[in-house]
Design a binder for this molecule. Sequence first.
Ligand code: KG4
Ligand code: ZN
Length: 341
Amino acid sequence: AGPVTVLGLESSCDDTAAAVLRGGPGGPEILANIVIGQTDLHAGYGGVVPEIAARAHAEKLDIVVERALAEARLSLKRIDAIAVTAGPGLIGGVMAGVMLAKGLAASTGKPMIGVNHLAGHALTPRLTDRVDFPYLMLLVSGGHCQFLLVEGAEQFTRLGGTIDDAPGEAFDKVAKLLGLGQPGGPLVEAEARAGDPKRFKLPRPLLDRPDCDMSFSGLKTAVLRSRDALCTAQGGLYAQDRADLCAGFQAAMADVLAEKTRRALVKTGAPMLAVAGGVAANQVLRARLEQVAANAEARFVAPPLKLCTDNAAMIAWAGLERLRAGGRDDMSLAARPRWPL
Ligand code: KG4
Ligand code: ZN
C-alpha cells in the first residue's frame, strides 16, 4: 500500500482544527496542523459557552480546512480519507464537524471515519514516537482525567479517572479564586515557582483508596478555605501567600497523579507510560511522572505540547489507524455528546 493522506477535523470543545497527515512506510508525517482557539470568545463567562462554541465552529471549520490544505499544498482531490471527531464533546460543535465531513466525503467519494476524541489523545504517542502496544496513557486536560491501557488502535481499557473535576479545571478554578487569569494552569505553575509547597496542609484526596480513581474538587475547596482564612486574618492576600497556595495546590495535585500512576503501572505491568492533555505541560507534574515511570522501569513518552492539547492531527492519525484496521463510517455517522471508549 502506498502513502495515505488523511484530512482530520476537530470541533468538540473550544478549538476548531483541521490537519493533513500522510501515513507511509517511513511513519506518519504531519503536512499541516491548523488550530483556531476560542479562549477570547468565552472569556468573562467562566467557562466554555456551548452556543458560542457551536457558532464559532460553524464559522471557522471551512477556514481551517482551507488553510490546512493550502499549507499541505494539496487540493481536496488528493485527500484519501476524511477523519472527524464524532464525540464525546459539546454536541453543537461535534455536529458541525460531522456535517462538514459528510459533505466532503459525499462530494469527493472518499471514505469517512468517525473518531472518538479520547482515542485521538490516547493514540498520539504513536504519531510522534515509535511506540508499540500496549502502553498506559494518562490523559490530563481541562475536561478529562483518566488512565487508559491502550492495547490496540480500538482497544482501550479504562482503569480509573476523576470522579469530579478534571485537573485542568481545578488549576483554572484555583487561578480564578486567587485572582490570576485564564487559562489558569500555566499561571499557577509560574506563581508556584516562588512558593513553599509545604506551608499549607492541603488534602491528597482518595489516596487511601487502592484504585486509580481521583478527586480534585475537595482540593480546590481546601485552597478556597485557606484563602478565606488568610483574608479574614490579615485583610487580604500577599504575593507570598498566593505563591505558597499555588505551590501547595500543585504539589498535592502532583502527589495524587504520581501515586495513582504508580499503581496503574503496577496493575497493568505496562512497559510504557504516555501522557496527553494540556496539564501534561506542567513541568513539576512531568518530572514526577518521569520518576514514577523510571522506578517502574517503564519508558516515558510525552508528545510535544501542540499535539498534547486539542488538535486535528491526532484525529487524522486515529482515523488512519482505524482505516488501516478496516474501519470506516457511512452517512449514518452520528454526533455523540457522550461516548465512553
Ligand atoms: O487539553 P487542553 O488544551 O484542553 C482541553 O481541556 O480539552 O487542556 C487545557 C487545560 C486548561 O485547564 C489549562 O489550565 C491546563 O490545561 N494547563 C495547565 C498547564 N498548561 C495548560 N495546567 C497545569 N500546568 C500547566 N503548565
Ligand atoms: Zn481533548
